[in-house]
Design a protein around this ligand. Sequence first.
Ligand SMILES: [Zn+2]
Length: 406
Amino acid sequence: MKFLKSLLLVAPLTVALRLDRRGKVIYDGYKIFRVAPGDNVADFEARLESLEAIDLTHNHGHIDEEHFDIAVPPENLSAFEGLNFTSEVLTEDLGVDIALEGEFAEYPELSAVAALPSLSWFNAYHAYSDHLTFLKDIQSSFSSNSELITAGKSFEGRDIQGIHLWGSGGKDSKPAVYFHGNVHAREWISSKVVEYLTYQLVANYNNDTTIKGFLDSYDFYILPIVNPDGFLYTQTTNRLWRKNRQTRSGTSAVGTDVNRNWPYKWDGEGSSTSPGSALGDQLAKKKGIKLYIDWHSYGQYILTPYGYSCSAAASNQAKQNSLAKNTASAIAKPYGTQFTTGPICSTLYAAAGGSNDYVTDVNKAEFGWAIELRDTGRNGFTLPANQILPTGIEVWEGMKYLFANM
Ligand SMILES: [Zn+2]
């Protein structure tokens, strides 16, 4: 069970980080490698620690060709290269990649009261407070068919903000579609894509009968940034922070992995106060859940249940498989971007406590998915701003197929 053991390595390592004058972590000169340690996983882990390398691995690839993406600090590069692990360079300089994400843009002015936000929103990354403004402006441009919602408070006391959209049948009259973005703090493309999908639904409701049909068939509950504390921390302090900012008794470590803490088939401590359970409560809707998608990056995967076991299959597995495959084909149409599809466990690795297992079995969602967006590692979490719009465009193609055929 090599792949199960390796999951334990996701725990953050102790790293002496350099800070700039504003207290933000400097990643200049860090080089990112994809390493295939083969059977030497334990040895590799020990080396990582001594090199003060940062494990960026979101998923470890297929279980037969397990890999790690690691950022090695400049002072330890020659020591790492001397170890002769099988590796390839993904990024020559992480500091350059972070610069390529671009400066945060100003929030684009609205052209009129109750107007849609400008599409230029998708040309750049933005400050957290502007994401809240974007959501408010989308809502007021579609005021009779939407409302702002909150899914409780974050650990640091911020509202977890979202929007609920509905069609001609009125509020709460149809099965639910749920989108959760930025559960993992550093995966910035995920909130941008969730916002792009929201934008397209709202912008086209009155002029496209197909899209009107989607909103007339489902109530959409959309939370672009599920982890506001962590997201803000990636903007102010450490671009590569993954978790939330929850402190726990008995440890000085900060952060709980929201995605690994859904209280289902999960033996971890404190499941009743886990971040996942509050979100799970929000999912209890009268008309049932048609589709749930937890949006992540990176890797280009469409992942269906189950994660906790490779022998468990959803009762509608065949339909899930064909929908996921055809959604991937639709995503590939605009730019040829290839997504791999399949159940989490057999496609990647066994992972307990994930949101898709939870919504599938506890909330009885018909389709409980996770999607890993661009890319496959070249830019990883720091996807350049000029890829936001193309990523939104290709995923919208996939969602149009999925909404029409699910
Ligand atoms: Zn993630």
